[in-house]
Design a protein around this ligand. Structure first.
Ligand code: H2U
Ligand code: ZN
Length: 350
């Protein structure tokens, strides 16, 4: 038999951040598709939409009025999934029916007053404003004794269930550490205990040498399609310096984060020449007062699209019952993203 070739042969890959495995089936990307096609959202939006709940000066669904904001704007989510004043309590029936009360805060962050923009079309300075508000919110919420984890994220595009095209993200901050960052806490701590170095520092060392999965890098950050990516064009954004959270970033690193966010999201939009949908978010140390030295701040981007603007990946069947699976290899996806221009397709003729 021929030798194992990860670009050709089915194989499993290990995700050291979560401790889970995924199945990679490169040969399968040639299969025909006669299934669902996504709608692509109308591209032209006005700079101001009088019916938008998030535009400056407009009235929200609960009657509150947005200020005439000029940069970013943060407000408590009017329909938050978490509430601060929940009676403490729990139940446990035979170790099988277990429940615990959970408290927390939900907030919405408008990235820009402009209804028609998204991150890739904002200026580096404007994106830096978003970075600054993330830092301020992580600090403010994380300092609260009733909040031990702050999840900052963005759902972009109808395909990811975003309720509104106005550029915005959310924060869910709560008493306990949710499942995904909890796995990463365990995995990073175990690696750090064994090697005395952060898992992601060592991972970056391999990736910046091999280059095959690097999408874009600047002085302070690297973006890769991780070796263990599940979503076709999933990426991981990692600072070169081992910091546990974004409050530790220097001024130059904050600018570099804004720059790399812009470079990545422009490449995403250019890939299929659409406003590229994704769920993205920051993973940082829990705010439970412990040092969590092993934690290495990073961002995940999970885009649903597979082979074009209209064909998405479904996480169904084997993936619900076995484990996630992908067809195109991370190396192929990284190259497709890497070769994209860093000029947004809408502005090539500016
Ligand atoms: P998504 O697009 O990711 O769904 O985020 C929008 C959030 O904005 C959503 O959580 C909130 C929704 O509850 N929202 C308000 O708080 N007030 C409004 O008037 C509209 C939407
Ligand atoms: Zn708007």
């Amino acid at each position: 038999m021929a030798e194992f070739d990860s670009a050709e042969h089915p194989h499993r890959r290990y995700n050291p951040l979560s401790g889970e495995w995924i199945l990679v089936s490169p040969h399968r990307s040639k299969r025909p598709w006669q299934g669902q096609q996504e709608k692509t959202a109308a591209e032209e939006r006005p700079t101001y939409d009088p019916t938008c709940y998030l535009c400056p000066g407009n009235t929200r669904a609960n009657g509150s009025v947005n200020p005439a904001y000029e940069g970013t704007f943060v407000f408590d989510n009017d329909f938050a999934a978490l509430m601060p004043d929940v009676p403490v309590g729990s139940m446990n029936v035979g170790g099988l029916l277990r429940a615990e009360s959970e408290s927390g805060v939900g907030r919405v962050i408008c990235f820009s007053p402009r209804h028609d923009l998204t991150l890739p079309e904002m200026t580096p300075d404007e994106i830096r404003g978003v970075v600054d508000v993330w830092i301020q919110q992580y600090k403010e919420l994380g300092d609260r004794p009733d909040i031990n984890y702050v999840q900052i994220f963005e759902n972009k595009g109808q395909a990811m269930g975003a309720s509104n095209p106005h550029p915005h993200g959310q924060i869910w901050a709560q008493r306990t550490v949710p499942v995904e960052p909890a796995k990463e806490t365990v995995q990073q701590a175990a690696y750090f205990a064994e090697h005395g170095r952060s898992l992601l520092s060592d991972y970056l060392e391999i990736e910046t040498k091999e280059k095959t999965r690097v999408v874009v890098e600047n002085e302070h950050f690297v973006v890769v399609v991780p070796f263990w990516a599940v979503w076709p064009y999933e990426t991981l954004l990692v600072p070169r310096r081992h910091v546990q959270d974004i409050t530790q970033l220097t001024d130059a690193e904050k600018d570099a984060l804004a720059d790399i966010l812009r470079q990545l999201t422009i490449r995403y939009d250019n890939l299929f020449e659409i406003s590229f949908p994704y769920s993205a978010g920051l993973h940082q140390r829990p705010t439970d007062g412990q040092a969590h030295e092993s934690w290495h701040f990073h961002m995940h981007f999970f885009p649903p699209l597979l082979r074009s603007a209209t064909v998405r990946k479904f996480m169904v069947g084997y993936e619900m019952l076995g484990n996630p699976q992908r067809d195109v290899t991370p190396e192929f996806a990284a190259e497709r993203l890497r070769i994209q221009s860093d000029v947004h397709y809408k502005h090539v003729n500016d």
